[in-house]
Ligand binder design. Structure first.
Ligand code: SIN
Length: 330
C-alpha cells in the first residue's frame, strides 16, 4: 500500500494535546498536563517508524504547543499556512498533524475548508492524537503516529483525515464520541474512510474531496484576518428560553457584536417556542442563524422551521466554523 513516490518527504507538524502530555505518575491517564513534549521527541520514541517510512524522509516542525481546549484562530491560521507551505512543495508527499483530541474535529474541518482544493485533492493531511499521555504505562500515541504515517504514505490518499485507534475518519464526519476510551472518535452514519491494520489500509469508501463551497480560494483572506466574526452556539433543551440569545444581542462596550448563532436544536431542528422567538429577533437584527442538531447522528432535514438556515449535515461546532468563514468572505 506504500506509494511509489519513495523519495518524497513526510512533514509532521506538532500542535500539542495529550499525545504530547506528561504526568508524574505513569499509571495516571487523566491527571496529566497536555502539550509538554516536542513533536521531534514524540517521533523519536515511535518504534518501527523507520520501517513504515520505507526510505521516505521525515521532517518535523512545532507549530504550537497547546491543550486543544484552548485551540483558537491564531494557531489555526499558523497551522493552515504551514500545511499549505509544505503541501505546495513538490518534494512533500503528505503532512501529518499531532493534535489534542478535544477539538481535533474542528481543526480538521477548518483545514479541509480553507486549504486549496488543488493541494488537498492530491495529497493527504493526516491529523492524529492520543487519549493517554506520552508518559503513560501504555500510551496510544506512538501507535496512532505510526498509523498516521502509514496513511500519509498510502497510494491514493488525499484530503484531510483523522487517524485514531486504527480508524481513518474524514474531516467532514469525524466527531469525538467518547470521553475516555482509546477509540474515542466516530464518523457517525457515514462510517470511517478506512482501517489501518498492521500498517496496511483497508479502504471502505472514498477519500474526502474538497468542493468549491468550501471556499478554498479565500485562504489568503482567512489567513490574515485578525477580527474573526463572533458566532456563538446555543442549545435547545427542555425548559429552555430565549434569555441567552437576548443577552448575546446586547453588545457591551469593548465586546464584539454578535454576527451569527448556531443553534444545537433538538431532533430534526426543533426549537422551544421561546428560543425560536429570540432567534427570530436576532435574525431580524441581521444576525445569521443556522440550525444544527444536538443529536450525534443524522442531519437536520431542510423542511423543518424553514425560516432558519440548516447546517447541511454539519455538527454545531463545524456549522459554526462554516458560518464564520462565510461571514468573513462576504
Ligand atoms: C487536548 O485536547 O489537547 C487534551 C485532551 C486530549 O488530547 O485527549
Amino acid at each position: 500500500m506504500v506509494s511509489d513516490q519513495n523519495l518524497k518527504k513526510i512533514v509532521v507538524l506538532g500542535t500539542g494535546g495529550t499525545i504530547a502530555g506528561t504526568s508524574s505518575d505513569a499509571s495516571d491517564n487523566i491527571g496529566y498536563t497536555a502539550a509538554q513534549v516536542g513533536v521531534a521527541q514524540l517521533l523519536a520514541e515511535v518504534p518501527g517508524l523507520t520501517g513504515v517510512l520505507a526510505g521516505h524522509t521525515l521532517l518535523s516542525e512545532q507549530v504550537a504547543q497547546v491543550d486543544s481546549k484552548d485551540m483558537g484562530f491564531v494557531v489555526w491560521q499558523a497551522l493552515a499556512q504551514r500545511v499549505r507551505h509544505h503541501l505546495s512543495n513538490a518534494d512533500v508527499a503528505a503532512v501529518v498533524v499531532t493534535h489534542g483530541t478535544d477539538t481535533l474535529e474542528e481543526t480538521a474541518f477548518f483545514l479541509q475548508s480553507v486549504l486549496p482544493a488543488a493541494l488537498i485533492n492530491a495529497k493527504p493531511v493526516v491529523l492524529t492524537a492520543a487519549m493517554r499521555p506520552a508518559s503513560s504505562l501504555s500510551p496510544d500515541g506512538p501507535q496512532n503516529l505510526l498509523d498516521a504515517v502509514a496513511v500519509a504514505l498510502a497510494t491514493g490518499a488525499h484530503g484531510v483525515v483523522a487517524v485514531c485507534s486504527g480508524t481513518v475518519h474524514s474531516a467532514l464526519d469525524v466527531q469525538k464520541s467518547h470521553t475516555y476510551r482509546l477509540d474515542a472518535f466516530s464518523s457517525g452514519d457515514a462510517g470511517p474512510v478506512a482501517y489501518v491494520e498492521e500498517g496496511q489500509l483497508r479502504l471502505l469508501r472514498n477519500w474526502p474531496i474538497a468542493h468549491a463551497e468550501y471556499l478554498h480560494e479565500a485562504i489568503e483572506k482567512i489567513l490574515v484576518t485578525v477580527d474573526w466574526p463572533r458566532v456563538e452556539i446555543v442549545m435547545n433543551y427542555a425548559g429552555g428560553s430565549g434569555a441567552v440569545v437576548d443577552a448575546m444581542l446586547q453588545t457591551a462596550p469593548g465586546t464584539t457584536a454578535l454576527r451569527g448563532v448556531v443553534v444545537a436544536a433538538t431532533g430534526n431542528g426543533t426549537l422551544h417556542v421561546d428560543l425560536e422567538a429570540a432567534l427570530r429577533r436576532a435574525q431580524a437584527q441581521g444576525v445569521r442563524v443556522v440550525r444544527a442538531s444536538r443529536c450525534a447522528n443524522g442531519r437536520v432535514l431542510p423542511t423543518a422551521v424553514a425560516e432558519f438556515a440548516h447546517s447541511a449535515g454539519l455538527s454545531p461546532v463545524k456549522a459554526r466554523i462554516a458560518l464564520m468563514l462565510d461571514l468573513m468572505l462576504r
